[in-house]
Every structure is written in structure tokens, then in C-alpha cells.
Design a protein around this ligand. Structure first.
Ligand SMILES: [Fe+2]
Ligand SMILES: [Fe+2]
Length: 157
């Protein structure tokens, strides 16, 4: 998350960023378990990663992304590839098998790519949202987050 624009202070962006951190940690732990030869632990961590990401994607796509797209067409070219990356990673995580060496290498690559994906959101889209969305749009984006995380409370709320 950038240091300059105030996006650290937006509650929804804090939650998205905390979800990114959890995903990065789960992915890193899964790779380390895989490299240590503990494939059962790696598979469990990858399942936890997939669960974390699926609710995160739902909150992001139906919340921040939808509101940005409604604000300005110029976001479409930036957001479409991010959504495609969500679907590609989801499909891979559903089908991958840690017992297959090629899948293990693909998993390593996917965790690496996830860092870049997150950077594109935190360094560009999140700061842009601070200057783009109005109060009603933040409320709508937060409502989408809540639908994606039933029964959970946002950080600091
Ligand atoms: Fe994303
Ligand atoms: Fe994200």
C-alpha cells in the first residue's frame, strides 16, 4: 500500500491489504512445506490459500472493482487483466496436485505471480480509488465486502 495518498486510512483498503498479507503468508508457507517434502502440509496450506483468495476476490470484484468500473471507463483496461488473473489462479488451485512435479513448479510460479498481482492493486488501483470513489460508492464497496465475509467484522470496526 502506498505511503502517500491516505489509502492506508481507508478501512476497506486496510482489510483488502490484510487479506493480501494472509494470502502471501499462506502461499509462502505452502512453498516452504513443499520444499521440505511435506506435501500433505503444503496441500492443506494451498487449500487455506484458495479459501482466503476466493472470499477476497469476491469482495474485491463486487466491491472496489465494480465501483471503479462504474466511475470511469478508463479502469476497464486495468481491471480486466486482474480479474482474469483471479480466474486463472482459481482454476489452477482447483486442479493442481502436489504429487505432480510440474504442478509443484507451477505452484511456485503462481505464488511468485501473486506478489506482482497484489502490487498492481496496492500501488495503483487502491490509491486511485481514494481520489475516485465518493461516499456512497465506498458504502457499496463495503457492503460487497460484507456479503463476501458473512458474520465477519471489518478491521477496526
Ligand atoms: Fe486481485
Ligand atoms: Fe487483491
Amino acid at each position: 500500500m502506498c505511503q502517500y495518498c491516505g489509502c492506508r486510512d481507508m478501512p476497506l483498503l486496510r482489510d483488502y491489504t490484510a487479506e493480501h498479507e494472509r494470502a502471501v503468508n499462506l502461499g509462502g508457507d505452502a512453498v516452504r512445506a513443499m520444499d521440505a517434502g511435506d506435501l500433505a502440509r503444503a496441500a492443506g496450506l494451498a487449500r487455506a490459500l484458495a479459501d482466503e483468495l476466493r472470499t477476497h476476490w469476491q469482495g474485491e470484484e463486487n466491491g472496489l472493482f465494480a465501483e471503479l468500473l462504474a466511475s470511469d471507463d478508463m479502469f476497464a483496461d486495468y481491471i480486466a487483466p486482474l480479474v482474469a488473473e483471479h480466474r486463472d489462479l482459481d482454476a489452477f488451485l482447483r486442479t493442481m496436485d502436489f504429487s505432480a512435479p510440474a504442478d509443484r513448479e507451477s505452484f511456485r510460479g503462481a505464488v511468485f505471480d501473486l506478489h506482482e498481482h497484489i502490487a498492481k492493486e496496492e500501488d495503483a488501483l487502491f490509491p486511485a480509488s481514494v481520489t475516485t470513489l465518493d461516499g456512497d460508492q465506498w458504502d457499496a464497496a463495503i457492503a460487497a465486502w460484507q456479503r463476501a465475509h458473512p458474520g465477519e467484522r471489518m478491521l477496526g470496526s
